[in-house]
Design a protein around this ligand. Structure first.
Ligand SMILES: Cc1ncc(COP(=O)(O)O)c(C=O)c1O
Length: 453
């Protein structure tokens, strides 16, 4: 009897925690994941919920985001196979079930009922995306990033966004673009085009791997500025190592020198908190298909209003020179896939519903747990920064005597775990997300210890 009671009480307290999170004050606009849907997906009805609330005032309505039961329930929102463990959001993320359902539901609707479409107004209709201003989605993106909606354009990915910015700017021969030696091809290549085509100078500065600390990396980059530097392009988070660069301080210094700043946020969106007003960069590009749980082919470009009006469009359609809504000028990029965009909107709602800060805390909590365990093993070398605050959910490490492919394959053979190989020297890049558990991290550490024995 007492066991049953304890169990019941525990379950009750757990349910209360979940319901408190469901009722966090969120504007109506944000509630794509309706209360009914969330309750349903948690296996609760509105009736059972109020009964529980009414009779449970003595229980602490605590939100304990280290509570494994809570995160088990979050894991239940994903369709990921139970016998496999995914550790590679740095490459591509995982859609929660609601996102996948939105995607398929809308695709099915288009396939069966496109005849419903009595064409009248692109901005009100959700059949093809490329002519719609996507204001409802851009508004949520602007809220996520803390910027103005007119400063946001939707793109398909980071490579698109960065190309729009590089192609849209005019640089003179000899003007310098400064970046690090650890940029992704999708972030840096449009600037290399600028070099080859227009005689601008593409300069990289070595920042170390592992990076020691943020002060050192700041100094290294600032020392590389010259009077000819016109653009500072940086990954906010380095793709390979997960290093979070001190972008706010670097953008402030660049601003003092009149240098245009553009950040590559491929790895940050849905992973760490982004506050564009605080960072104060001139431009920022990102995608939602890694850490935000949206379908592939979803991204954005932010450019400060004062600069956006002067940026040439690369992809031109009706709005190419209409400055009434700058973000729309770039968002209008020909026929696209509305199902994907509506699923992106659901992913944003899911993120807001969980609580962005809690998502970021959890990702970092799991990343820290992994790094703490790895540091105990003398045969492991970590290439992520030594400074904790520069790390979140990505850890890059190797095991003495093994290549990245060998480690990757051993993880799969032993436990169907999937981090990603980063080649012969750097081992594997291991990404942790909210659908991972502490138990999975501990199992991974056990495998590392076996492999290094
Ligand atoms: C830092 C960085 N920039 C750019 C990209 C390219 O992103 P996308 O494929 O969305 O264009 C990636 C992808 O991994 C990345 O990590």
């Amino acid at each position: 009897m007492s066991i049953t009671l304890i169990y019941f009480k525990d379950t009750l307290s757990y349910v209360l925690r979940l319901t408190t999170y469901v009722f966090l004050p969120i504007s109506k606009l944000d509630l794509m994941l309706s209360r009914r849907h969330v309750l349903k997906s948690l296996g609760l009805s509105a009736l059972s919920l109020s009964a529980l609330q009414a009779g449970a005032t003595d229980l602490k309505p605590l939100l304990d985001f280290e509570d494994p039961k809570f995160w088990d329930s979050v894991r239940g929102q994903f369709m990921l196979s139970k016998d496999k463990v995914f550790f590679n959001c740095g490459t591509v993320g995982v859609m929660p079930r609601v996102v996948f359902e939105k995607l398929t539901e809308h695709s099915r609707y288009l396939a069966s009922d496109v005849a419903d479409w009595a064409y009248k107004d692109d901005n009100k209709e959700q059949f093809i995306s490329g002519y719609n201003n996507l204001l409802h989605i851009r508004t949520k993106v602007a809220k996520l990033l803390n910027c103005e909606v007119g400063e946001i354009a939707m793109t398909d990915n980071v490579t698109n966004g960065m190309s729009y910015i590089a192609n849209g700017m005019t640089l003179q021969p000899g003007d310098e673009i400064l970046t690090t030696d650890q940029e992704h091809g999708g972030g840096q290549s449009s600037w290399k085009v600028k070099e080859k085509r227009f005689g601008a100078v593409f300069k990289t500065v070595a920042i170390g791997k592992p990076i020691t600390n943020s002060v050192e990396v700041y100094d290294t980059i600032v020392k590389a500025f010259t009077p000819k530097t016109k653009v500072l392009m940086l990954s906010h988070m380095i793709s390979g190592s997960g290093a979070i660069l001190p972008v706010k301080e670097l953008c402030a210094e660049a601003k003092r020198r009149g240098i245009f700043t553009v950040l590559d946020g491929a790895q940050t969106i849905g992973h760490i908190k982004i506050n564009l007003k605080d960072i104060d960069c001139d431009a920022y590009v990102g995608c939602f298909h890694k850490w935000m749980g949206a379908p592939t082919g979803t991204g954005f470009m932010f450019v400060k209003a004062e600069h956006m009006k002067n940026l040439w469009t690369t992809i031109a359609s009706y709005r190419w020179d209409d400055h009434a809504d700058e973000g729309f000028r770039f968002t209008q990029r020909g026929t696209g896939n509305f199902s994907v965009l509506l699923a992106l909107e659901t992913a944003l709602d899911f993120h807001f519903q969980l609580g962005p800060d809690k998502v970021y805390e959890r990702i970092k909590f799991l990343g820290d747990r992994l790094r703490t365990g790895l540091k105990q093993n003398k045969k492991v070398k970590i290439f992520s920064p030594k400074e904790d605050a520069m790390c979140a959910g990505i850890t890059l490490y190797t095991i003495e005597g093994l290549t990245g492919t060998q480690i990757q394959d051993a993880y799969w053979a032993k436990a169907k775990m999937r981090p990603r190989s980063q080649g012969d020297v750097f081992g594997v890049r291991h990404s942790t997300h909210i659908f991972n558990s502490t138990e999975e991290i501990d199992r991974a550490l056990k495998i590392v210890n076996e492999l290094s024995a």
